[in-house]
Design a protein around this ligand. Sequence first.
Ligand SMILES: Cc1cc2nc3c(=O)[nH]c(=O)nc-3n(C[C@H](O)[C@H](O)[C@H](O)COP(=O)(O)O)c2cc1C
Length: 205
Amino acid sequence: MSNNKKHSPIIIAMTGASGAPYALRLIQRLAKKDIQLHLLISDAARVVLEQESNFKLTSNLDEMAKDIAGFTGVDAQYLTCWGNKDWMSPVASGSADMQDMVVVPCSMGSLARIATGASSNLIERATDVMLKERKNLILVPRETPLSEIHLGHMYNLSKMGVRIIPAMPGFYHEPKSIDDLVDFMVDRIMDHLGVNDGSNIRWGA
Ligand SMILES: Cc1cc2nc3c(=O)[nH]c(=O)nc-3n(C[C@H](O)[C@H](O)[C@H](O)COP(=O)(O)O)c2cc1C
């Protein structure tokens, strides 16, 4: 995608796997690229977020957007938060102009429900829409070790065109901080969203 063309809104779902900092950093970098973001946060993701980033979310969706904006240092106008049962949200419909969705981090529970089309909450419904509309769905799963159940779901989703980008940062760029490791993963996600903010670490560059 050309850097001059405005990217269509992106859906970012956070689920209850370890790795909340990846999502917060992705939100920060995409909003700074003038991209509107629809945020979906599972109940388990709230628990993990508090554990990993010491950041407690309110349940009021407008306040939540402001809090995330404040925490990440972006303008709240870029963020729209939706509840788990907000079936009237545009992200629940294939007719909305949503070309890309990232589930980051993606728990094994959400992975299983996405792979089987459970659609029992807005995150699963939105991923189901991305699948049926053949849109760009990116999952950032995190678990170790992986069982045959986990691997099977990832394999089936990959065969459907889903981009599986496991939260497995490399070390060949000689990271000096946790932020460097987080950015390594966010770089890879942004590559697959076709968004370049000029700071992606590239081998041989
Ligand atoms: C601190 C913490 C860390 C967790 N880490 C993981 C993880 O890395 N991967 C995973 O699949 N589940 C992890 N879980 C468990 C999930 O949160 C749990 O399975 C939950 O039901 C997932 O729900 P969700 O998919 O609706 O977000 C973790 C839970 C907590 C509280």
